[in-house]
Design a protein around this ligand. Sequence first.
Ligand code: G6P
Length: 372
Amino acid sequence: SAAEKGGWPSFMKKEIAEEPDAVANTLRGRTHDGAVALPELDGVAEALSGINRVLVLGCGTAAYAGMVGKYAIEAWARIPVDVELSHEFRYRDPVLDEHTLVVSVSQSGETMDTLMAVRYAREQGARTLSICNTQGATIPRESDAVLYTHAGPEVAVASTKAFVAQVTALYLLGLHLATLRGTLDADAVAAQLTELEAVPTKIQRVVEASSARIAELAHWMSDTQSVLFLGRHVGFPVALEGALKLKELAYIHAEGFAAGELKHGPIALIEPGQIVFVVVPSPRDPSSLHKKVVSNIQEIRARGARVIAIAELGDVAVVPFADEVIRIPLAAPFFEPLLSVVPLHVFGMELATAKGLDVDQPRNLAKSVTVE
Ligand code: G6P
C-alpha cells in the first residue's frame, strides 16, 4: 500500500535509498575494537576451524553477492572458495565432506532451489551456514548456523538492498575466518573493518550524486534493445548484477561479461550505438586491472560502442574514452562493488520507470521462488 511505501513512488526506490542502512545495520554490533564479533558463530567455532574449503550457494542476485564474497574470502582467509548456483550444485553429484563449509545466501530464506541444495549438503556431511535476511525462515532453521543480514524487509521483487547486506555479511565472515586461521593480523582486520564501516556514507553519496543523471540517461535510452555490462575482478559480479536488473525490471536483453573475456567472443557483439556499462577498477589499485579495463573501453569505443563508465572520483584516464562517467567515492578494491552496484540498481529502476513498467512487480517473477 501507499502507506507502507512511506511516500516513496515505489518500494524499489525506497529500498535503494535504504542501501546505506542495509550495510550499516548488518555491521552494527558485529565489530568490537577493530575485530569481528560474531557470537552467532560460536556454536560452530570448532567446525569452522576444521574446514578446508568454502562453497557458496545461491540464486540470482544472492549468487552474485556470493561471487563478490569469493574474491575477498580467498584473499583474506586463504581458503579456496567456490560459488555455485544452487540448482546446478544439487544435481551434479558434487564432492563435499565435513571439511566443506557450505554458505547459502538467500534474502528470503525460502528459495526452494537453495533449500534443497542446503539439505543435500547436510546429508553429505558438510557444515552449513545460512546468510539470510528473514528471521526464522526455513533455510536458516535447517542450517548449522546463521548470519542474518539486517537489510530490513525487501518488498520489491528484484533484490537491491539485500545484495549490499549479503556482501557485507560475507565480508564479516571472511574477516572472521581470516582471524581464526591467522591469515590476517589484527591490524589488517581492523583496516578492512574501517573500510567497511565507511561504506554506508559512501553509498549515500553515490545515491545522491548520481541518481538524477542516471534517470536522464535511462530516459534517453527507453527504446534501447540491448545493454552490455563489463567488469573485472569484483567488478565482474557487479556487471552480472547490473544486467540481471535490466532483464528483470526493464525486460531488455542485457548481458554481463568479464572484461578480460571480451576478446574471446563478446567483442563481436559491438556495433555502432551499442550501449556498454563498464565498471572500472580503481587506478590506485596496485594490480594492472585499471589499465586493462581502460584499454577494453578503447577497443569497444573504436567499434562504435557508447560507453558509460562507473569510475572512481579523480580517475581522469577514462574521461577521453567514455561517453559518460558515473563517479563513485574512493574505496579499497574489495569495497568498490558495494558502491558501483548502486548506480546499476538505480539504472534498472529508472529504465523500467521510463518504459512505464511496474518496478516492484515485474512480469513472470516471484519474490521468493518456493518451487524447484
Ligand atoms: C528471485 C528474485 C531475485 C532473487 C532470487 C533469490 O528470483 O526475483 O531477485 O535474487 O529469487 O532469492 P533469495 O530470496 O534466495 O535471495
